[in-house]
Design a protein around this ligand. Structure first.
Ligand SMILES: [Zn+2]
Length: 402
């Protein structure tokens, strides 16, 4: 008896991304069954199957669904007033003294309901989804107390239930010091470890720390990571963005999935990351917005074969950017990634940064059927355009969603 497939996509240029390379199959086809990829190969070798739906790709490009592995996309208010003030010459210090900066977002987030936070985030998330994002990570970190951090998670749960996207929830209670704990950082770390994490651990899968001179010290980061691991959670961190505190090496030693930002990363840090298979997540949107001239050490990362992921860092202050394609272009222009590296950065390497490499990020048999068909003929075109969305068709978990 003839076997049955749910969907067959044929006559597509398949960028498999296996091993971090385009791995192009010219005039290829993909067989989808029960949400998973069952077969990939040239259209002419397609097995004889009955299919519920046959999609002729018209020789368009087919890639894995895109993954945005670092966002702060749930928050209250916005900071357009600060953007304007800075353009008029105000410094960050002046803005912070007026109660602006991250504290403005913390106040607005604390004042909002979970429903209002989800409502505000929905169009921003939808903007990512329209460009073929089928999975994204969202961090807490604008509550800085148990009540509001929980509320942010509830907003993420609502988005996850409403939208066709898989959301990885990360607890970033150690984003900055809340006003209630001013000059008492260790007491706040106690609060995180003894009060917040025990309550929140079952609703998130990872813990992130802003390890920085204006954030948390390596010793405080280590305490929070130990606590996270005791709760069975994955760890990752914001490291080496403004200075080199050795956060990436600390994360590597403790088994972090990724170290993110890395503008001040040195060779010892790169070596530690390589040795422990830590993904380097670069965030060119923040460099662009801040006009930061520092750059992560891309050549060293390549030399040591550290997987490089690319993410939007979508947030109201330093990266109000809700387009992963735009950020791929920025990664090429500002950080000199090749288009192949940029695509790997939002597919297979982003999957690894979220510990999903066994299920997502490439087009090969056994993987979840998250696929995007693009109105382009070569993968380099995805990083080439700016302000143009060539997304033609999206398949999430084996279903055509747009
Ligand atoms: Zn961030």
């Amino acid at each position: 008896m003839q076997q049955k497939a749910d969907i067959i996509v044929h006559h597509v240029e398949v960028a498999t991304m296996v091993g971090g390379r385009y791995g192009l199959i010219h005039d290829g086809a993909v067989v989808i069954q029960e949400g998973a990829i069952r077969w990939v190969g040239p259209t002419e070798d397609l097995p004889d199957l009955r299919a519920g739906e046959i999609i002729d790709g018209g020789h368009r490009l087919l890639t894995p669904g895109l993954i945005d592995c670092h966002t702060h996309i749930v928050y209250g208010g916005n900071r357009a007033d600060e953007f304007e003030a800075r353009l008029r010459g105000a410094t960050y210090e002046e803005i912070a003294r007026r109660g602006g900066g991250i504290m403005a977002t913390v106040r607005a987030t604390r004042a909002a309901t979970a429903g209002a936070l989800a409502e505000a985030a929905r169009p921003r998330v939808q903007s990512l989804l329209d460009e073929g994002v089928t999975m994204l990570e969202i961090k807490t970190g604008y509550g800085l107390n148990l009540e509001t951090e929980s509320k942010m998670i509830e907003a993420m749960e609502r988005l996850s239930a409403e939208l066709p996207v898989e959301i990885v929830k990360t607890f970033l209670g150690a984003h900055t010091l809340p006003p209630e704990f001013q000059n008492r950082p260790d007491a706040y770390v106690d609060e995180i470890c003894k009060t917040m994490l025990p309550e929140i651990a079952h609703r998130v899968e990872a813990v992130d720390v802003f390890c920085e001179t204006i954030g948390f010290t390596p010793a405080q980061t280590r305490r929070i990571f130990n606590c996270a691991r005791n709760h069975g959670l994955a760890i990752k961190l914001h490291a080496e963005q403004l200075s080199n505190l050795g956060g990436a090496a600390l994360g590597a030693e403790m088994g972090a999935l990724s170290a993110d930002h890395l503008e001040h990363l040195d060779e010892a840090g790169v070596r530690a990351m390589a040795h422990n298979h830590v993904v380097a997540v670069v965030l060119p949107g923040a460099l662009y917005t801040l006009g930061d001239k520092n750059r992560p050490p891309m050549d060293l990362l390549r030399q040591y074969h550290v997987p490089i992921a690319v993410a939007t860092d979508a947030n109201p202050g330093t990266s109000p950017i809700f387009s992963l394609l735009t950020v791929m272009n920025m990664a090429c222009v500002l950080l000199h990634l090749t288009p192949e590296e940029a695509l790997a950065g939002v597919t297979c390497h982003a999957a690894q940064a979220l510990n999903r490499q066994d299920r997502l990020g490439t087009i090969e048999p056994g993987k979840q059927a998250d696929l995007v068909c693009w109105n382009v003929s070569s993968p380099a075109e995805l990083s080439y355009y700016l302000g143009y969305n060539p997304c033609h068709l999206i398949i999430h978990h084996g279903k055509v969603i747009g």
